[in-house]
Ligand binder design. Structure first.
Ligand SMILES: [Zn+2]
Length: 274
């Protein structure tokens, strides 16, 4: 039986094969290709022509590509009818969502400082945009970098984003130490030496990145943070929880996460968050 598949599983095009039916993100004024196989005698119908145009829907070989061109934001359905029955693909046409991001390289009074160079900002930004842009049409806009932000206090060996629970450890409340340096209207990324969230991590495990839930407009990234760490923290900021524990999921907890795939629900929720 023919099914819809991602045209290129390595390219992170917002294809969620865990969703039922399978799902594809389509950028507004852009397009996504999906593969249908096998396709002998198969015809594709677009149930929502007001949302997208479908190209190459006349399929005759053993495998063919169907191009979905986004015209208006919203969720629609493709129906493939073939000799053995039918298959369904959901798609969501999404606006491009832009987020301004500002980077700060933190130096504290005890001599703690990040070991990565300011040039790493481009790597972090490009990598996070590859992940979030292709899967959720979310694009991080570079608005500036402060390569030397001096904070006149000892932030400790691990910079924690904590509540009162950490009061017997350093720092007492790192969030409040960094928040005054937030650039208004931007998501603020503080590059530090080691980041942590919560008592346990503060106590034992050097973390790559941390963000406080709720109204926080900043996150901290340690020296071991990768581009996908930044994408993960932006995901939290956009309201995403840890959604599963598969290592290939972007929103899996940091202790198990090694991948960058977004779910259908995560992609839609993140894109819609104001
Ligand atoms: Zn997380």
């Amino acid at each position: 039986m023919a099914i819809f598949e991602s045209n290129d599983r390595t390219m992170l095009l917002g294809f969620d094969d865990h969703a039922e039916p399978r799902w594809q993100m389509v950028p507004l004024s852009g397009f996504r290709d999906v593969r249908l196989s096998p396709v002998a005698g198969c015809t594709v119908f677009n149930m929502n022509p007001e949302l997208a145009d479908i190209e190459d829907k006349s399929l005759s070989s053993s495998s063919s590509v169907c191009r979905i061109r986004g015209k208006n934001a919203g969720s629609g359905t493709l129906l493939a009818v073939h000799a053995q029955g039918s298959s369904t693909l959901e798609y969501t046409v999404m606006h491009k969502k832009k987020i301004k991001v500002y980077f700060h390289f933190v130096h504290d009074s005890a001599g703690h400082r990040p070991s990565r160079p300011p040039a790493d900002v481009k790597m972090l930004l490009d990598g996070a945009n590859f992940i979030l842009g292709h899967q959720a049409n979310i694009w991080l806009e570079f608005t500036g970098v402060n390569p030397y932000l001096y904070v006149n206090r000892d932030l400790g060996a691990k910079v924690c984003m904590l509540n009162s629970v950490d009061s017997i450890y350093k720092p007492l409340d790192t969030r409040d130490a960094l928040k005054p340096y937030d650039v208004p209207g931007a998501f603020n990324v503080f590059l530090v030496w080691s980041a942590a969230l919560g008592l346990l991590q503060c106590f034992s495990v050097p973390g790559a990145g941390a963000i406080r839930a709720g109204t926080a407009t900043e996150c901290v990234l340690g020296d071991t943070a990768r581009a996908d760490t930044l994408a993960h923290e932006v995901g939290h900021w956009l309201g995403l929880e840890h959604d599963d524990y598969h290592g290939d999921a972007l929103m899996a907890p940091g202790t198990v996460r090694s991948g960058t795939k977004m779910t259908k629900l995560g992609s839609i929720k993140a894109n819609h968050k104001i």
